[in-house]
Design a binder for this molecule. Sequence first.
Ligand SMILES: C[S@@+](CC[C@H](N)C(=O)[O-])C[C@H]1O[C@@H](n2cnc3c(N)ncnc32)[C@H](O)[C@@H]1O
Length: 216
Amino acid sequence: MGHNLRKIENLYDSLAKEYAETFSGEHEKKPKDQEILHRFAQEIGGRRPVWDFGCGPGQTTKYLKNLGIEISGLDLSEELLAQARTIHPEIHFRKGNILELEFENDSIAGVVAFYAAVHFTEEQVGVAFREVFRVLQPGGIFLFTYHIGEKTIHIDEFLGKKVDIDFMFFTSDFIFRCLKDSGFEDIEVIEREPYPGVEYESRRAYVFAIKPVAPK
Ligand SMILES: C[S@@+](CC[C@H](N)C(=O)[O-])C[C@H]1O[C@@H](n2cnc3c(N)ncnc32)[C@H](O)[C@@H]1O
């Protein structure tokens, strides 16, 4: 089951402070995140603009900013954006919906989206990938992360609060196929085991995908 956007927005609005306290600085404890983000920074180089979609409190945005990337953050939740702006006043954050992006075609050099699709149905993942593809410049880079699996977990408590929400897991086959169907090429899926004691113990994946320079 997917959620309507209002439900997702309300969830993160209600948990914004706790989410920011829990996840700010998380990459410091996750060596593979660091390796992947360094690679993204190196491959993007001086190209711009770069956006963090579903940025939450901005921990990934900040990590890339510290690597010298000109980057902004976009999220659905105003309260999470308020946290992000307070913690990282030097970074531009704005409200937006990944499923209906208010950006011109071919306008963005790079997009990262860490766990932004955890509440999406497979159909919504397809919509999100097509939107990211549309707004990326030819040659633009997309870095996406997700929890690997086939299940959906229903949660009624999260970060000490009562909630009513589903978390979706996706197979790497599905993500690969969906990116390919959206037009991406050079798709590279990198899977890893969880870091026990550091994060929820699911297997994780990072995917790099490129928008082709010339349409095929
Ligand atoms: C699991 S959190 C991940 C946040 C952050 N990237 C991280 O790694 O901690 C999912 C985030 O995606 C945002 N989000 C969910 N659906 C969205 C949509 N349609 N458009 C923009 N942001 C969305 C939520 O508000 C939330 O901040």
